[in-house]
Structure formats: structure tokens, C-alpha cells
Design a protein around this ligand. Structure first.
Ligand SMILES: Cc1ncc(COP(=O)(O)O)c(C=O)c1O
Length: 390
């Protein structure tokens, strides 16, 4: 019996780009001491106060089926947050609560695409993007950005493919590059989207992790609210990755249809998780700033550690929990460099090639280990690259 094309084509049967990660995990399991700078998971756990709110809600009986679009209180709180942070008027009917940003990415694409429609996404990209778009039935087409442009898209790159497409997926602050799109890039994206009558899916799950500059949400630009679906999440802002809760902001008519989709898929997010998320939002900026502070500090440490490096260039970044390092001076591919670094220094980083063709010759570093270990790992990485150069 043959499975559907749609499910077989999610990975296209190739390598998933995580070989270095699996190798590092195997070495660790065998007793080796590996510094893991691979996945986007905080070293900080969910705040105990959030867990207490979750527990209290469950014990009080909020363990039955939840309201599918999300509780009225949580939808209102997310709407207030979005209005405050972006300036774009947003009400509870513009919000649906989802099982994390990942499910939101999938649902958003199902909402705006018919099977076979072309869905654009920018390369380098968060590793699940192409599979998510294909799972939604799309013809997933990467648009390569260039290191020379700090991996920000230009109007030429966008306009050359936009004519054939129905949607564009962007991500700022960006995983894997850490780049935050400035107002000019956001204006360019909005112009292309309006000119070619596209839907824009804007993944803003790192919006609380800004180290330089400001987060610009394209939905707040003129004429964009009616064609933009914003993906948000509690995973990164509140260190709640395992709670699986996020949201979509979209026009009311789109949210109504997304509720139909949720009814036929997840049937909503558990009520006690929603109550915990509401509690987390009620803490205001203080909690979000505490979670973000770890990465802000470590980015400084990285800038210092790499300041005199001759074989490694830090891609100028403004946010998120990652750094992209340009190691092309060593003459190695990102994958060869990452494998050699693991073998000789017991440091695991992700090859840039895992995130698309545009990041070839780069490696991604997750800032997710304690400060001293992190700084020491970057000093060793720079020294290792220097030895290859010689
Ligand atoms: C850019 C980006 N979008 C979405 C997600 C999905 O996050 P979650 O499903 O935990 O909300 C991630 C997770 O790493 C991410 O990096």
C-alpha cells in the first residue's frame, strides 16, 4: 500500500541536515564531554511561578476539552500584547491560540494555499519550513538571500519569483542568522507582497529577543493587516517550549476558517496550559526580559571572543538565540568544519547548509549553554579555525 505523496514528500527522503547533532548526542551518550551549541532550547527551564499557575488551573478542574479558538481571556491578552508591541489595532477575534508556533506555521499555510500553489520562503531558513510548506500541500520554493546583504532579502530577489507565488514566509528576528530586519527591508517585503497580491506569513516567535535595533512587524505597515498572518509563540519568549502554545494573528475572516481547521485537527490547546500562558503574559515585560537576558549577555561574550579572529566572521546580528559564523576563510564547508570541530574540540555547532544553500560555508551557534562554557567554546572555535587557515 502506498502512502500519500503529501506525507512522503515532507522530507523528500534526503538528509535532514541534523547529522552533526545526532553524532554529538551519540558521543555524549557514550560518555564524551560535548559542548552542545546546536538546538534552540533555553538552558533555563519554565519559571516555577508559571508551572504553579498551570498546576492550580488543572487541580481546579480545567482539564476538560478547552474552547477551540482559545479562552476569551487569553485571546484578549494576546491581542492587547500585539497592539501594544506593534501599534497595529488587534482584537480577540484576530487571534487563534495554537499548539505552538510550529502548528501555527502549518495552519497559516493551509489557510491561504490551495494544493500545488507556490509558497516562497527565504533561505537560510528555520529547518522545518520546507517540510511544513510541503505538508500543507504547497510547492515550497526557497528565495536565496546573500551574506553580502547580511542575509536580508532585496526587492530584486523577491520580485524575480513573486509573480508565480501565492504566499511569502519571512522570519524576523531570524533563525538561523540572528538578523533583525530593519525598516527598509520590511518596507521592501511589504511592497513586493502588495505588488504581487501575495499572502504574507510573518514568523515573529523571537520578537522579545532583540539586542540591537527594533522589531518591525510588517502587519503594522499600510495595507498589510488584511493580507498578513503573524505566527507567535510562548516557547521562546517565556521558555515554555514543552508547553506547546502559540498563536496566529490574522484578519477575522481568516481566524474563523482557522477555527474550523483546529476543530478538525488539535481541537484546541489544553485549558491549564492556556491559563499558565495567561499568567505568563500577566507578568508583563519583567519575565520576558529575564528570559531574553541570557542571550543578550552571551552575544556580547561572543563579540568579545571573536573580535580578533582571522578565520571566523560573526554575521552582524540583532536578535534571537543564535549566531551565524562565516567560516569560508578556512576553505571548508560548514558541514566539514562542524564535523572537524566536533572531532577535535568536542564542540557541536550546526552546519549552515542545514538551513539552506545561502548559508553554505557558515555554522550556526546556539547561545544555550552557561556563560563561561559558552565564551570558552567560542575562543576554542576561533583558535581551531585559525589552525586550519595556517
Ligand atoms: C523561527 C522559528 N519559528 C517557529 C518555531 C517553532 O516554535 P514552537 O513550535 O516551539 O513555538 C521555531 C522553533 O525553534 C523557530 O525557530
Amino acid at each position: 500500500m502506498q502512502l500519500s505523496h503529501r506525507i512522503r514528500d515532507i522530507t523528500l527522503g534526503g538528509s535532514d541536515g541534523w547529522d552533526v547533532f545526532y553524532k554529538a548526542r551519540a558521543l555524549k551518550a557514550a560518555g564524551a564531554e560535548i559542548v552542545e551549541l546546536t538546538i534552540g532550547e533555553h538552558d533555563r527551564k519554565t519559571d516555577p511561578a508559571i508551572l504553579r499557575a498551570m498546576h492550580q488551573s488543572a487541580v481546579k478542574g480545567n482539564t476538560g476539552y478547552a474552547v477551540v479558538p482559545g479562552s476569551a481571556a487569553l485571546r484578549a491578552a494576546i491581542a492587547r500584547r500585539v497592539t501594544k508591541r506593534t501599534g497595529a489595532k488587534t482584537g480577540p477575534d484576530n487571534i487563534i491560540v495554537t499548539t505552538g508556533g510550529q502548528a501555527a506555521l502549518f495552519a497559516a499555510h493551509v489557510a491561504v494555499l490551495d494544493p500545488g500553489d507556490t509558497a516562497l520562503f527565504l533561505d537560510p531558513f528555520y529547518a522545518t519550513y520546507p517540510g511544513t510548506l510541503r505538508a500543507a500541500g504547497a510547492n515550497a520554493v526557497p528565495v536565496e538571500t546573500r551574506p553580502e546583504n547580511n542575509f536580508e532579502p532585496t526587492s530584486h530577489e523577491l520580485d524575480s519569483v513573486a509573480g508565480t507565488a501565492r504566499s511569502l514566509l519571512i522570519n524576523t528576528p531570524n533563525n538561523p542568522t540572528g538578523v533583525v530586519y530593519g525598516p527598509r527591508t520590511v518596507a521592501t517585503i511589504c511592497q513586493t507582497v502588495r505588488d504581487h497580491d501575495l499572502w504574507l506569513i510573518s514568523d515573529e516567535v523571537y520578537d522579545t529577543q532583540i539586542w540591537d535595533g527594533t522589531h518591525h512587524s510588517p502587519r503594522s505597515q499600510p495595507g498589510m493587516a488584511e493580507r498578513t498572518l503573524v505566527v507567535g509563540s510562548f516557547s521562546k519568549s517565556h521558555a515554555m517550549t514543552g508547553s506547546r502554545i502559540g498563536w496566529i494573528v490574522a484578519p477575522e475572516g481568516v481566524i474563523e476558517r482557522l477555527i474550523d481547521l483546529s476543530t478538525t485537527t488539535t481541537y484546541g490547546v489544553p485549558g491549564f496550559i492556556q491559563d499558565a500562558a495567561l499568567f505568563a503574559l500577566d507578568q508583563g515585560n519583567a519575565l520576558e526580559n529575564t528570559v531574553a537576558a541570557d542571550f543578550k549577555r552571551r552575544r556580547r561574550l561572543a563579540i568579545e571572543a571573536l573580535s580578533g579572529a582571522d578565520a571566523v566572521r560573526l554575521v552582524p546580528s540583532g536578535g534571537a538565540m543564535f549566531l551565524m559564523l562565516d567560516i569560508r576563510a578556512t576553505g571548508l564547508s560548514g558541514e566539514a568544519f562542524a564535523l572537524a570541530l566536533l572531532e577535535h574540540e568536542n564542540i557541536a555547532v550546526m552546519p549552515g547548509e542545514s538551513f539552506g544553500r545561502a548559508a553554505a560555508g557558515h555554522v550556526r551557534v546556539a547561545m544555550t549553554v552557561a556563560d563561561a562554557e559558552f565564551a570558552s567554546a567560542l575562543h576554542r572555535l576561533a583558535a581551531f579555525a585559525h589552525r586550519i587557515l595556517k
